[in-house]
Design a protein around this ligand. Structure first.
Ligand SMILES: C=C(O[C@H]1C=CC=C(C(=O)O)[C@@H]1O)C(=O)O
Ligand SMILES: [Mg+2]
Length: 490
């Protein structure tokens, strides 16, 4: 029976491969003609529906081959997820000027020329995935050297999981002088045959051996002094709010495995965007609740999150903490500054903006936040990246007023944020997509992991309680890296 099943699976896979490769070949031929006509390279793509497969296992499929050119993305509720392997098209620069506009223009041009066969949904076909650093005017340090200030790519292979259905997209970049268009694609054939096994591997995967490590907080007392300085400058009226972040370093015996980290974040951190951006020597990974902007058709959506408190041990205590948060003047002020700025920016971008007057509570596994959903109908001609530029950094990630807050961060924060709190996300050929602020995140450098967490500082901020708030914000990544119980070095 097993053998018959095996034969059936092989036949099904062969059919899938032949459909996908035939369509891909057809679009490559069409793409070559277009490329010759225009004298430019053209993105071509073909899509098939596949059976359910294990997404973190797909992320580490043939790791030696795809390492450094992978991405992972999963929306809260896990309604929509993407996993990309390889790169067929890349936009990477450290140029500071017009960085949003340049990506916008390049992607619109690429997307307009793209040839996509059998595209069953807007979440398949060529998707551009990547982001921008937090602050292009901050000098890049060694640990972030893999991450350019602007870095986007279209993957060679991508799985889309959407509302329980799974699709495989295969992309190519075809130039005018492409000499031979290979119809026999071994890489694609191998991948299709491996997909059902990935599912099995995922379901039988054993827990990892514990990875021994040392946990080191980086200059916590200096950070608290910086909070003190920021709060007193806010009380003097020099600025209204600034988000100050600090980092924590884990030194492990064995290299961190991004697949296991993703699996844990997906299971534990339900109301968050789970992401990974993999580069040759490092992987930026996290589970952020901070939506920056989503574009679906003509609608723009954002969720302003600022103001935090712990989760309770019991449901009674949890409700008490939530109720405290909803009425706490300091947290409400912290939240209000973010909402006012975001609403103002949305009013510039949209014709009608809707937002409730009072925040709601957004509960995450280890922390709860004040949250205000804001939505609007985008004005004619406004792009997703224009919205990202208008919104980033929000006062939940940078501060208020924006430029003064950025100066304060450069002066007071003794670290390179790199892509922490930066805008990361994706865009399809219809110019829809979504960007988030990459908080609750870590940079994995083989046996080292840098974790980042920040707090919105206002006039009433107390250094110790902000310090405790950052400790809460480290918890999800510490758990996912199996480092919560590790010995603290200082
Ligand atoms: C900057 C972070 O959180 C922001 C998002 C929500 C609540 C925040 C706060 O209450 O301070 C922060 O503004 C972080 O987690 O690193
Ligand atoms: Mg706060």
């Amino acid at each position: 029976m097993k053998q018959i099943n095996g034969k059936v699976t092989t036949r099904v896979n062969n059919v899938a491969y032949s459909r996908l490769s035939t369509n891909l070949y057809a679009s490559m031929k069409e793409g070559k003609e277009k490329a010759e006509l225009l004298g430019k390279q053209v993105l071509v793509s073909s899509v098939i529906e596949i059976n359910k497969t294990d997404l973190p296992a797909f992320f580490s499929y043939q790791e030696h081959r795809y390492r450094g050119r992978r991405f992972f993305w999963s929306e809260p509720g896990r309604v929509l997820s993407f996993v990309g392997l390889g790169e067929v098209f890349k936009l990477e620069t450290n140029d500071k000027h017009d960085r949003f506009k340049n990506v916008d223009t390049a992607w619109k041009e690429m997307a307009n020329l793209a040839i996509v066969k059998d595209k069953p949904s807007p979440y398949t076909g060529p998707i551009l995935f990547g982001g921008f650093s937090f602050d292009p005017y901050h000098a890049q340090t060694d640990k972030w050297s893999d991450f350019a200030h602007t870095s986007f790519a279209v993957p060679k292979f991508m799985i889309t999981a959407h509302e329980g259905r799974y699709f495989l997209t295969s992309n190519r970049f075809v130039g005018p002088d492409e000499s031979s268009l290979e119809q026999d694609d071994q890489e694609l054939e191998q991948l299709i045959h491996a997909l059902p096994q990935l599912k099995e591997m995922g379901s039988t995967e054993q827990a990892h051996e514990p990875n021994a490590m040392i946990r080191e907080e980086i200059a916590p007392s200096d950070w608290m002094s910086a909070v003190d300085a920021a709060a007193s400058s806010i009380r003097k009226g020099e600025l209204e709010k600034v988000v100050l972040a600090r980092s924590l370093l884990l030194l492990a015996n064995d290299g961190f495995r991004s697949e296991g980290v993703l699996r844990s974040l997906l299971d534990e951190q339900q109301n968050t965007y789970v992401f990974a951006i993999d580069k040759p020597g490092s992987c930026f990974i996290g589970a952020t609740p901070e939506q920056l902007i989503k574009r679906q058709g003509q609608q723009l959506f954002t969720l302003s999150l600022a103001g935090s408190i712990a989760r309770g041990q019991t449901s009674g205590e949890d409700a008490e903490l939530a109720s405290f948060l909803k009425h706490d003047i300091k947290n409400l002020h912290e939240h209000r500054l973010a909402v006012d700025m975001i609403k103002g920016a949305m009013q510039q971008l949209c014709a009608h903006v809707e937002a409730p007057d009072e925040p709601i509570i957004r509960k995450l596994k280890d922390i709860q936040h004040l949250a205000t959903p804001i939505a609007g109908e985008v004005k004619e001609g406004v792009s997703l990246l224009q919205a990202v530029e208008a919104l980033h950094p929000t006062p939940a990630l940078g501060g208020m007023p924006r430029e003064l807050a950025l100066e304060a961060i450069r002066r007071l924060e003794d670290m390179d944020r790199g892509w922490y709190a930066a805008p990361i996300g994706w865009m399809n050929v219809e110019q829809e997509g979504e960007f988030v602020g990459a908080i609750r995140s870590a940079l994995l450098l083989d046996k080292q992991a840098y974790l980042f967490a920040g707090c919105g500082i206002v006039g009433d901020s107390e250094p110790l309680s902000e310090y405790k708030e950052t400790a809460l914000k480290f918890t999800p990544m510490l758990k996912a890296l199996q480092a919560l119980e590790m010995v603290l070095k200082n």
